[in-house]
Design a protein around this ligand. Structure first.
Ligand SMILES: [Zn+2]
Length: 256
């Protein structure tokens, strides 16, 4: 088990994506179970976001660009004039982009890579939450007790919606880490089945339709609305989890 001191040393490296998968998981596990370190991580992230505010929108294209560059053939080893070489490289880059635009195939590969990472983290977080007493940091069926608990701990104010009448009991909330980001997890239960609903800041304010996908024996629903990105995961049937999404959205839109 990682101590707070060990975790703190690694928080910046975690944010920078410099940790190998094993260490990243250890730190994330510690952060998930330690409100103090979670708060510190959130503070680091907020500070970083504030510092790079205007450039935030460029982050995704920059990451995409570096992935595309990694796919390009290596530069010829024979020395050419630097200006010519960079010109050639620019040309290759443009050609690769055109090829991608023409086929769309590479884009799908890139996206599914990241998807896999996110969904893998979601499954890990879900499994972790079901072990021992890791399910909730704040345990209450009262939404007005759960909602304020998140304030100051994560970048978003996650909507905590009472769905008891719709057959989904609120159990509470906790902090968790998905794709290297600290997120809010809202926990519901239907019968014997636990639902983890992860809430993070969305890339845009718009609404995207829910996408259902089965991962490692669990069902997931992902959608965005009101500037938030939601991922629900459970061993509920796909129909029941879809029903959860529909009821939650109805509550969200009603401002409940
Ligand atoms: Zn700690």
């Amino acid at each position: 088990m990682m101590t707070c001191d060990e975790a703190r040393v690694l928080l910046h490296a975690l944010l920078d994506g410099e940790l190998d998968a094993g260490h990243a998981r250890e730190v994330e596990t510690h952060v998930a179970g330690c409100p103090r370190c979670a708060a510190e991580l959130a503070q680091f992230r907020a500070m970083r976001e504030a510092m790079s505010g205007p450039n935030l929108r460029l982050a995704a294209p920059a990451a995409l660009r570096s992935r595309i560059e990694a796919m390009l053939p290596a530069e010829p080893s024979r020395a050419a004039a630097p200006s010519r070489r960079s010109l050639l490289r620019g040309f290759a880059y443009g050609t690769a982009l055109s090829a991608i635009a023409a086929t769309g195939v590479v884009f799908m590969v890139v996206r599914s890579d990241q998807d896999q990472q996110v969904l893998g983290d979601v499954v890990s977080a879900h499994l972790r939450s079901l072990q021992g007493d890791h399910l909730t940091d704040v345990r209450s069926t009262d939404q007005s007790a759960v909602k304020p608990w998140f304030s100051g701990k994560v970048a978003v104010a996650p909507p905590v919606i009472d769905l008891t009448a719709q057959g989904f009991t609120l159990l509470g909330g906790r902090l968790d880490a998905i794709d290297g980001k600290l997120v809010a997890a809202i926990v519901y239960r239907r019968g014997e089945h636990v639902i983890n609903l992860f809430v993070a800041k969305a890339a845009s304010a718009g609404h995207t339709a829910a996408r259902g996908e089965a991962v490692q024996g669990f069902n997931t629903q992902r959608w965005s609305d009101q500037g938030l990105h939601f991922i629900a995961i459970s061993d509920l049937s796909n129909d029941d989890l879809r029903d959860f999404h529909v009821k939650f959205e109805a509550g969200l839109r009603a401002g409940a």
